[in-house]
Design a protein around this ligand. Structure first.
Ligand SMILES: C[S@@+](CC[C@H](N)C(=O)[O-])C[C@H]1O[C@@H](n2cnc3c(N)ncnc32)[C@H](O)[C@@H]1O
Length: 264
């Protein structure tokens, strides 16, 4: 299956600012991606043209499509860059709704600072082009279940009548998601760690399940080691990946091939 010139379920070694120009308007259901964080890491010296990339992303998203933008800030001379916020505001200015500002909390290896609290999270901005087409809320079990006298059942007359009520066995997750990171947490794929900045497979999967349905097109314009592509494949979505570094593009392809080897 093709999308413009691109074969779906494939990863391309290209600068996404150029590569996206060949994707038709209004054609992508979901993006789950993570850009380079300021100049924290030098991805083989590649340049990152944020404004151009944001503009192309807006053009290629379907109405109701969702973009998950996972990003953190660098600290220079004790001063946080706030690039993440600047990017979020830019996305809003070019037409996206800032649907949510979610938090990716790291259960381990937080970043210690001698004169500030330990940093243990990054942002997961959720942008939507109009109202999201899909929301499949992820659930978690509640602590108390079954039937019990509800604590408060105040009616319009102001009288607090205690009545028996069924407690729900599950509830929708909050917008702070916690993940273990490192080998076994982020992923069990050892080869993925040839990339220095991967996000957890479960993070990608949780967003894919939340904001898309089977058969939808999930795109990662800066796919690094291919985490989003792998999890889209595993969850029966069509995927498309772009990556500017040939080393990482090959790594991502190999990683998805490994999964295909296990599936078929
Ligand atoms: C934070 S990493 C993404 C990691 C990925 N989420 C994963 O789990 O492996 C950002 C990636 O963007 C790539 N990149 C930077 N500029 C790019 C561009 N203009 N087009 C495509 N990829 C780019 C970098 O080479 C790097 O691999």
């Amino acid at each position: 299956m093709f999308l413009g010139e691109y074969q779906l379920n494939n990863i391309y070694n290209v600068d996404c600012a150029l590569g996206m120009q060949k994707i038709p308007n209004n054609s992508i259901d979901l993006i789950v991606t993570s850009p380079p964080y300021d100049d924290l890491r030098d991805y083989n010296g590649y340049k990152f043209n944020f404004e151009r990339i944001a503009e192309e992303i807006y053009r290629i998203m379907k109405l109701g499509g969702v973009v998950v933008w996972v990003v953190g800030d660098k600290i220079k001379n004790g001063n946080k860059s706030l690039t993440s916020f600047r990017q979020a505001i830019h996305f809003q200015e070019i037409g996206f709704n800032v649907h949510d500002t979610m938090i990716y909390k790291k259960k381990n290896t937080p970043f210690m600072r001698s004169n500030a609290y330990t940093n243990c999270f990054e942002y997961m901005f959720v942008f939507s082009k109009g109202k999201p087409n899909t929301f499949n809320p992820l659930k978690t079990g509640t602590v108390r279940q079954g039937v019990e006298k509800l604590v408060s059942n105040k009616k319009a007359d102001g009288i607090n009548k205690k009545i028996l009520g069924e407690l729900k066995s599950e509830k929708t997750l909050t917008n702070i998601w916690s993940y273990a990171v490192g080998l076994g947490g982020t992923t069990k794929d050892k080869i993925a760690f040839q990339h220095s900045a991967i996000f957890p497979e479960k993070l990608a999967q949780d967003h894919i399940l939340s904001w898309s349905n089977e058969g939808d097109i999930v795109f990662d314009p800066m796919c690094g080691s291919g985490t989003t592509c792998k999890m889209a494949r595993l969850n029966n979505r069509l995927y498309l990946g772009m990556e500017i570094s040939d080393v990482y593009a090959n790594l991502a392809k190999k990683r998805v091939e490994l999964l295909d080897g296990q599936l078929f």
